[in-house]
Every structure is written in structure tokens, then in C-alpha cells.
Design a protein around this ligand. Structure first.
Ligand SMILES: [Zn+2]
Ligand SMILES: [Zn+2]
Length: 328
């Protein structure tokens, strides 16, 4: 999938988690407790990579909270707080994950922002040049679209159709079609143009029966849960990149890079203390809405509805620890 050479993964010398997290004294009680209390009990260190895992193939130097806060990035402000979700192509196949469900669960990660699903558009709306942005994948024999081409179209749509919109923070294209970033690559799960605040993410390969989705029987309950878990994971991970967060190499975390669905399934749906602290900063003036206890309580409800048992237990345990220490 990627042409990078194998290399020995080593953590940075400054991987003292306290240095990475920076000064927490001035934070309000809620976020300070969430990133300092019961950490070893609830968060696992970054796992030793297996051959073929993301960090064995891609160089990751990590990003401390301080480095994150210094980067130029898009911050929600005044009326600009809406993350648009733009469906491209149909989502009505019985095996496709529900966009409303993904949207509802994912909104818990972005307090202070709104998520809004735009009316569906079709690949055929993409102008007469579509042929240059489409191919048949030689392994899957399925059509695939060039991710950069889609991002270009989403940019045009923003200029043309939402030029007076004073709400848009990011626009995230989602599709059940497979996508690729450049001719030499087999596929990609998603691609973001951080400067433009636009991303495109494909859920095609999250289905374990890919590429035979069209002819597959209806989902079992286990498959539905697995596909939804992966879809929420990919969606939230990619939107968090748009906020300027890079991959996490400090803990087992939703912001760890992943090279395959198998690696994705090993990663949690929660943010480690470092990435949680960055998301708090990422909200700018909207951080007044960032209340970790409230977020976790809503996520706990979401995990119940999606039948995510491991995540449910994690949020229950984490809330118990945070609420217990809050009472003392
Ligand atoms: Zn990523
Ligand atoms: Zn992290």
C-alpha cells in the first residue's frame, strides 16, 4: 500500500509524558483531572509495533501539546462552527453504515461544533473531466476515484454554493466508493487538505466482505457493529487531523496511524490524555463547551446504542475514576 521502507520504530527522547503534555496547572479542573488522574490505570502505552503496522512503515516524530499549539490551524470562531458532511454517491446499500448514526456518535468529540449532513451528490456531477479521476482497481476490479480530484470538486462547491455561508468550519466528503491518492497507490481510507479544511473519506474497505459488497448477504449484528465502529473511528480520526492534530505515538489512542483494518480494530475509540488536551486547545474560544465528564457521559450512551462493549466498559471505568476523585 505504501512505498516507505521498513525502519526500527523508536520513541522520541522527550517521550516523558509530562513533557509532551506540557503545563497543566492553569487548566480548569475538568480537563486537568481528565489528563492527569488515573492515567496508568486507564491508558495503555503505545504498543510495540508489529511488522506491517503504520509506524513500521511511516516515520512519525510525534507532536507535543506545545508544538500543536504553535501550529497554524483552523479554530472554530464566531459563527464558523459547522462541520459539513457531504455524502458522495449512494449510502442506501443495506450494508452501508448509517451516516446519521456516525454523525450522532462523532459529534460528542467536537463539543461547541455542529455536524450537519448535506444533500447527497453523485460522482457524475463532477464535470466532464471525471474520466481523469477514475480508474478500475487492478486487484479489487472495482471503480476507484482520485481523492485529490474529489477535494478539488468540494472546494469548487464551497466557492459556488456556500460562498455566503458563515457557518462552515470544515467540509468532509464521505463515500461508499473506493478512493486512491495517486496512481502508484492501491487505495487510501482518506485524504485531507488541512489548509482548505476539506477531507474525503471512504468507508468501502471497512466492510469485511469488500470488494464483494454488492453481492453479499445482509450484515450480521457483529458485522454491523464492526463496520460502524470502524466508520466512526476513521471519521473522527480524520476530522481531528483537520483540527491540526498529527498522529499520536505516546499512548494507544484513536489518533494512532493505521495501515490496515486489522490494526484499526486494535486501536481504541478514545483519545489519550495528550490528544484530549490538544482537542481542548483546538476548540479556541469554544473550549468553554469542552467538558470531559459531559463528553464521556454522552459517549457512554452512544456506546450502549452502538453495542460497543469494550468502549462502554472503558468509559464507565474512566467516569467512575474521574467522578470519584472529583468527590474527594
Ligand atoms: Zn491519520
Ligand atoms: Zn493520543
Amino acid at each position: 500500500m505504501c512505498a516507505c521502507s521498513n525502519r526500527e520504530f523508536s520513541l522520541r527522547k522527550d517521550n516523558q509524558h509530562a513533557n509532551v503534555l506540557g503545563d497543566t496547572d492553569k487548566l480548569n479542573d475538568d480537563i486537568r483531572r481528565a489528563v492527569t488522574i488515573g492515567i496508568d490505570e486507564c491508558f495503555l502505552s503505545f504498543p510495540k509495533p508489529k511488522p506491517g503496522d503504520w509506524v513500521s512503515l511511516h516515520q512519525e516524530k510525534g507532536q507535543t501539546v506545545q508544538e500543536f499549539e504553535r501550529t497554524k490551524r483552523t479554530v472554530p470562531h464566531t459563527t464558523y462552527k459547522t462541520i459539513y458532511i457531504q455524502p458522495i454517491g449512494p449510502f442506501d446499500h443495506p450494508r452501508a453504515p448509517s451516516l446519521e448514526t456516525i454523525c450522532e456518535f462523532s459529534s460528542n468529540y467536537f463539543p461547541g461544533c455542529e455536524l450537519e449532513i448535506l444533500p447527497q451528490i453523485e460522482f457524475s456531477d463532477f464535470s466532464k473531466h471525471l474520466k481523469t479521476g477514475k480508474r478500475i482497481n487492478k486487484y479489487s476490479k472495482q471503480p476507484q476515484y482520485l481523492a485529490g480530484f474529489i477535494i478539488g470538486h468540494l472546494k469548487k462547491m464551497r466557492r459556488r454554493e456556500r460562498k455566503n455561508d458563515r457557518k462552515e468550519l470544515f467540509c468532509v466528503g464521505v463515500t461508499m466508493a473506493d478512493i486512491y491518492p495517486e496512481a502508484s497507490w492501491n487505495f487510501v481510507y482518506g485524504l485531507a487538505s488541512i489548509d482548505d479544511g476539506i477531507g474525503i473519506y471512504s468507508f468501502a474497505r471497512l466492510d469485511p466482505v469488500f470488494p464483494d459488497i454488492e453481492t453479499a448477504r445482509p450484515c450480521t449484528d457483529e458485522e454491523r457493529t464492526l463496520i460502524l465502529r470502524r466508520a466512526v473511528g476513521v471519521f473522527v480520526h480524520e476530522v481531528i487531523h483537520l483540527f491540526g492534530l498529527e498522529h499520536c505515538i505516546y499512548y494507544s489512542c484513536l489518533m494512532n496511524g493505521s495501515e490496515s483494518e486489522e490494526e484499526m480494530d486494535r486501536q481504541p475509540l478514545y483519545l489519550c490524555p495528550v490528544c484530549l488536551r490538544k482537542m481542548y486547545s483546538a476548540m479556541g474560544k469554544e473550549k468553554q463547551h469542552f467538558n470531559v465528564i459531559q463528553m464521556y457521559t454522552k459517549m457512554l450512551d452512544g456506546c450502549k446504542r452502538l453495542n460497543l462493549k469494550t468502549e462502554l466498559e472503558w468509559y464507565e471505568n474512566r467516569l467512575n475514576i474521574l467522578n470519584r476523585t472529583a468527590d474527594n
